[in-house]
Design a protein around this ligand. Sequence first.
Ligand code: TRP
Length: 337
Amino acid sequence: MTKKIVLTGDRTSGPLHLGHYVGSLANRLKLQDDYQQFIMLADMQALTDHASEPDRIVKSILEVALDYLAVGIDPKKSTIFIQSLIPALSELTMYYLNLITWNRLKHNPTVKAEIVQKGFGENVPAGFMIYPISQAADITAFKANIVPVGDDQLPMIEQTVEIVRKFNRTYNTSVLIEPEAMIPAIARLPGIDGQAKMSKTLNNAIYLSDPADIVAKKVKGMYTDPNHLRVEDPGKVEGNPVFTYLDVFYPDKKKLQELKEHYQRGGLGDSIVKKELLEALQAFLDPVRKKREELKKDLKEVMKILKEGSDKANAFAENTLKEVKQAMHLDIMHRLF
Ligand code: TRP
């Protein structure tokens, strides 16, 4: 039996944080044994809102690759590749652009929210507006069945499904595969400031590569229940990011339940809960940091992994492009001559 295919990616605009881990990396680690997995370093998508900073985008390719390898993505099981090394993705994007209306693009809720967040206003780059289509190209080029992402990416998967249906219907074919999103139980990790999403732009993230002392500082300063002023006051667990993080990273679920009840009753100080969290986070991050340092000593090996992954991904995407063009009767040389 052939394995089902998984594809995901990350914009290479900086190193990855705990939100990426919870929202997507953890699922990728689980999937890599039983699926054929492609993981994309989305440098082209990163350029859609960082056009003037190509050096940062290129530098981040290595940072993100190191993050992948450090958390345990295994290049023998997963194909890690660089988006800009796959020309077929750009060609597919051009063809898909004709299958979706401008109006539909304007109403993508994630894109709308990002336009506000990034302060683009009327000056949103055209490339940014159409990135959901280029993402549909990423997903369909690899005939992905499953796309493990955080819930903010659901509109992209929906648009991809629409494009797949429209394409297959319009060109009377079945070459494109409808993907399915895989959303984790805790789909997004709040920021250390209590905002709904951990993000680099919001400056509220704990990075996989943060040194231990920085992590300690960030946890100490974390937002908790603003009404939990004195230790004896009853505290809130829901919407309290310290407990959301504990839910993910605290190994002893029974003890966590006790901590929660104690906090809600009153009498448990924030500093004690934060200390528990810090220990759990360091236990998770220590081996990641160690592995990252080791990998950094042999960047040639990392480059080799990316080169080989990109060659393999390129061959796969080229083949899909060929099928797509055939379905569109654009195998012109064959048809006209
Ligand atoms: N848009 C994704 C993000 O911001 C990155 C991405 C690019 C992606 N192409 C993809 C994710 C294809 C899944 C599938 O994180």
